[in-house]
Structure formats: structure tokens, C-alpha cells
Design a protein around this ligand. Structure first.
Ligand code: FMN
Length: 149
């Protein structure tokens, strides 16, 4: 199974988690890309996409995810057959917008036909868990659920 880890970030945390996930899944050939460098038309049905994305501003997507999200909303993208799992970073101190960036991206992806697999992973910066521990465990579980079947 080919795995590509895509991250959407403003201040670098999601990129660090992408590296941690690649370090966890060493039995696979993993690629890592910033979402800002990805055209939805280039996504490939043979690849599993693990997406790590934060929330910024007041419930907005981080800067590096915004061009990708715009490309999903312009009406041209058809991601039928694309599989992805998503892990959102946020801070529940932002009560009314907690995790909304990854939520938005998830809605956009399913809206153009992509299929989400596995649990929706999350890290809350106001909590006690380490983001790396949660993200690597999430990725391991997602991949395990697909390779056992
Ligand atoms: C200015 C600012 C605004 C933020 N706004 C939100 C928000 O609206 N909702 C949320 O859940 N988290 C919010 N966060 C928390 C970030 O999502 C969290 O710090 C995350 O780890 C950042 O990841 P990144 O470095 O990959 O962008 C905000 C953080 C900052 C500094």
C-alpha cells in the first residue's frame, strides 16, 4: 500500500506530526507533502492519504491548506475512488471553533467523492496528551484496519 501524508499547517505542528507518522510507518514507502503543493487532480486511487490539518484564525483552515481547499470548492474536482483518513489539530479553548479546520476539509473531500477511512483523529492542545503519541497511534490503527481486511 502506498501512503502519502499530507499536512495543512500555519505554525509547523502538523508538519512535525507528518514526520512522526512517517517514522512510525517504516514498513511502508511513505511520502510527505504540504497540502499547498498538492493539486486535487493529482491524487491517486492506489494511494492512501493520511491528512494532518490544524485550525487557525477563528475556525479557519491554516494557510497551507487554503489553496487545496479552494481547488475543492471551484467545482472541478472529482475525487471518486480516493481514500483518506484525517487527523485534526486544535485547541478546545476555542470553544465555538474547536477543530473546525479539519472538519471543513473533511466535508470538502467527501463532497467531491473521496471516502474517509478509519477514525477521525484529533489532538487538543488544551489537553494532556502528546500530539505525536496520538497521531502515531491513530495512523497505526488506520493502516492496521486496512491491511487486516
Ligand atoms: C492564532 C491562533 C488561532 C487558533 N484558532 C483555533 C481555532 O479557531 N480552533 C481550534 O481548534 N484551534 C485553534 N488554534 C490552535 C491550533 O490549531 C493549534 O495550536 C495547532 O496545534 C496548530 O497547528 P499548526 O502549527 O500545524 O498550524 C489556534 C491557534 C492560534 C495560535
Amino acid at each position: 500500500m502506498d501512503i502519502t501524508i499530507l499536512y495543512g499547517t500555519e505554525s509547523g505542528n502538523s508538519e512535525m506530526l507528518a514526520d512522526d507518522i512517517a517514522g512510525e510507518l517504516t514498513e511502508f514507502d511513505t511520502n510527505i507533502s504540504d497540502l499547498t503543493d498538492i493539486d486535487p487532480a493529482d491524487l491517486d486511487a492506489a494511494t492512501l492519504y493520511l491528512i494532518v490539518c490544524s485550525t487557525y484564525g477563528d475556525g479557519e483552515l491554516p494557510a497551507s491548506a487554503q489553496p487545496f481547499a479552494a481547488a475543492l470548492t471551484d467545482g472541478a474536482a472529482d475525487l471518486t475512488g480516493i481514500r483518506y483518513a484525517i487527523f485534526g489539530l486544535g485547541d478546545s479553548g476555542y470553544e465555538s471553533s474547536y477543530g473546525r479546520g479539519s472538519d471543513q476539509l473533511n466535508v470538502l473531500l467527501t463532497g467531491v467523492g473521496a471516502v474517509r477511512v478509519g477514525e477521525f483523529g484529533r489532538h487538543d492542545a488544551a489537553g494532556f496528551d502528546t500530539a505525536s503519541d496520538l497521531a502515531t497511534a491513530w495512523a497505526r490503527t488506520v493502516v492496521g484496519s486496512l491491511t487486516i481486511a
